[in-house]
Design a protein around this ligand. Structure first.
Ligand code: BGC
Ligand code: CA
Length: 341
């Protein structure tokens, strides 16, 4: 029985594999994808990932439904139950809480539905290994912090006037994203580690985190820092993402203060701020390719094919079952290359 089944499966897989993947195969037309965004209010997720998930699913001829989890993990758990009841072919999930992947993986496993997590990497040990049909699409989080740090270090060295009090130490403020989010943790750590590794001392004057990585948070915290006792000591503003950087820029403008300021994501608005000299650099977080990789893996998984088959994606060699899309430095020198033509 087992033998016959696997023989049938082999034939089916050859047939499925024969139809070209590029440009949308007939098979992918029957595929339904149950997806979410952790919070539609997030600039990067709503402005870059969601539109590309929709566009690329249409290009592939697959049906996608994307729901808003409104920053609530409990809401996402319920949304998964609904998708399972609807018998979707595959799940593409943006965790709200990176430490709550196990519950979702268990639900998918019980229903035997493949699952592709994206943007927020599961942090619970053993979570990814607990199901053979779960994968992750995102980035190498540390890379964004290192690239941001390298840009800041080069500019710091080239602009001696940035060391306002001439003590050789970088007095900085940090706008951090969601605590516990691998991207936020790594960016916060590695951006300043680049300085200390180069033998330059740093002093953190303030750090404020926001689970929603929001512009409002950036505005409110920067405004408060600019009226604090250390306001005049600030030499550098480090932002874990562009969304918070935009808020900080508003607050700086309102106070009539100019400070070196860096973000991550390379949103269109960030490129305009670089053009206007209001931002010194950002790091491209390639949400378009992350969305495409998410769907390529999801569609392959739904067709019981090896997930990267017929695609340009490669699973990381570290056994994490992850596709990691590279980050790119965006500076006043090259930002034009990233602007939409
Ligand atoms: C992005 C942030 C975004 C976060 C959401 C990060 O990779 O850089 O802008 O808020 O993902 O999880
Ligand atoms: Ca200094």
């Amino acid at each position: 029985m087992k033998k016959t089944l696997s023989a049938i499966m082999a034939v089916l897989m050859v047939v499925a594999g024969a139809s070209a993947f590029a440009g949308g195969s007939k098979d992918s037309g029957k595929i339904t994808i149950g997806a979410n965004i952790y919070n539609f209010a997030d600039n990067f997720m709503n402005g870059v990932m969601k539109p590309e998930l929709e566009r690329y699913a249409a290009e592939k001829g697959a049906k996608i439904e994307i729901v808003d989890s409104e920053g609530q993990q409990a809401k996402l758990n319920d949304q998964i139950d609904v998708f399972i009841t609807k018998k979707v072919s595959v799940l593409a999930i943006n965790l709200v809480d990176p430490a709550a992947a196990k519950t979702i993986i268990e639900k998918a496993k019980k229903a035997n539905i493949p699952l592709v997590l994206f943007n927020k990497e599961a942090t619970e040990t053993g979570a990814m290994a607990s199901y053979d049909k779960v994968w992750y699409v995102g980035t190498n989080s540390a890379e964004s912090g290192i690239i941001q740090g390298e840009m800041m270090l080069a500019d710091w060295k080239a602009n001696p006037s940035w060391d306002k009090n001439k003590d050789g130490v970088v007095q900085y403020v940090m706008l951090k994203g969601e605590p516990g989010h691998p991207d936020a943790e790594a960016r916060t750590k590695y951006s300043v580690k680049v300085f200390t590794d180069a033998g330059i001392k740093v002093q953190q004057l303030a750090l404020e985190a926001d689970p929603n990585w929001s512009t409002q948070h950036g505005n409110d915290k920067m405004a408060a820092w600019l009226t604090s006792s250390f306001a005049k000591d600030i030499e550098l503003v480090i932002c874990n993402n562009d969304g918070m950087a935009f808020g900080a820029i508003n607050a700086l403008k309102a106070a009539g203060v100019k400070l070196p300021l860096y973000g991550v994501d390379a949103l269109d608005q960030a490129l305009s701020h670089i053009a206007a000299g209001e931002m010194n650099g950002t790091v491209l977080n390639d949400g378009v390719n992350q969305a495409r990789a998410t769907l390529d893996l999801a569609i392959n998984a739904a067709m019981a094919k090896p997930v990267t088959e017929g695609t340009a994606w490669k699973l990381a060699a570290d056994g994490t079952k992850a596709v990691r899309v590279p980050y790119v430095a965006v500076t006043p020198k090259n930002y034009k290359d990233f602007q939409k033509k």
